[in-house]
Design a protein around this ligand. Structure first.
Ligand SMILES: [Zn+2]
Length: 275
């Protein structure tokens, strides 16, 4: 599933190619994905100028002139492809739009867990998907003190907690596993067992890992690609995620990467150097 770095990479690609342009044509081949697509999508989008594209958690927000925001969630397998001119439509291209320089964008989602919605700018904070969403880990407000306060009373294993979007927005399985490895913290530990120093290290490693992944264009694990059609490259830098049975990459560690299940998700870690 695309996580914060993949969605951020997608947003940057859309911002680069869409900001300041006008949406001219909208093609919709399904009336529903995970949820019904708004009936008025085509009429609202057509003729509207795009102001900017931003990310919130794992959601793409395309701000239009006047009052509307187009929201896209990539779901499990979604991606957005940009082409400078018309390209053939794939059978999984459920939503395509053209801008006034002739460029096309195709939202491709084979598993159809994605989401398309329209909301008004004034409704964003109260929107059902955002009102309980946790803070952005790359914002300045995500401080050591803030993370420490979140963790201090919770018995939940730290890795499971990092996946909770109401606690922190945007982190999924890949970046939770990778950040905990770099912090040297076992994913199995109760969140409240982390001391102050460990909280500080974890916060730094979350931010470093996310920033490194964004710089690499995200991780192209299965379906995800960048809007320019290039693969993300961060999967080549994974140290624990999907590395079960391989030797630990930490210098001086002789451990082997293990996989275990936590809250129904695979956790990858080194039992030797993650304490
Ligand atoms: Zn190790």
């Amino acid at each position: 599933m695309p996580e914060l770095p993949e969605v951020e990479t997608t947003c940057r690609g859309l911002q680069k190619h869409m900001a300041g342009t006008v949406i001219q044509q909208v093609l919709l081949s399904r009336s529903n994905l995970r949820k019904p697509v708004p009936d008025n999508l085509g009429s609202i989008l057509s003729g509207k100028k795009v102001d900017q594209v931003k990310r919130r958690g794992k959601y793409i927000l395309i701000f239009l002139e006047e009052q509307y925001v187009l929201l896209i969630h990539l779901g499990m397998s979604g991606r957005i492809i940009h082409a400078p001119q018309a390209i053939p439509r794939d059978r999984h291209d459920h939503f395509c739009w053209q801008i006034n320089n002739g460029g096309w964008f195709h939202f491709r989602d084979p598993r159809r867990f994605g989401l398309i919605d329209l909301l008004k700018k004034i409704e964003i904070d109260d929107y059902v998907l955002f009102k309980n969403l946790g803070p952005e880990p790359l914002d300045d407000t995500f401080t050591n003190k803030f993370l420490g306060q979140i963790l201090q009373k919770r018995d939940t294993p730290i890795k499971t907690l990092l996946l909770n979007q109401q606690i922190i927005a945007g982190i999924g399985n890949i970046y939770a596993c990778e950040s905990l490895f770099y912090a040297g913290i076992s994913p199995l530990r109760p969140a409240k067992s982390l001391d102050k120093n460990e909280v500080n290290i974890l916060r730094d490693m979350i931010r470093q890992t996310l920033n490194k992944a964004i710089a690499a264009g995200g991780s192209s694990a299965r379906d995800y690609i960048q809007p320019n059609g290039e693969m993300g490259l961060f999967q080549h830098q994974w140290v624990v995620y999907d590395q079960e049975g391989k030797a630990c990459k930490r210098l001086s560690c002789t451990g082997t990467i293990k996989r275990s299940m936590q809250a129904g998700r695979s956790t990858f870690y080194c039992p030797c150097c993650q304490q």
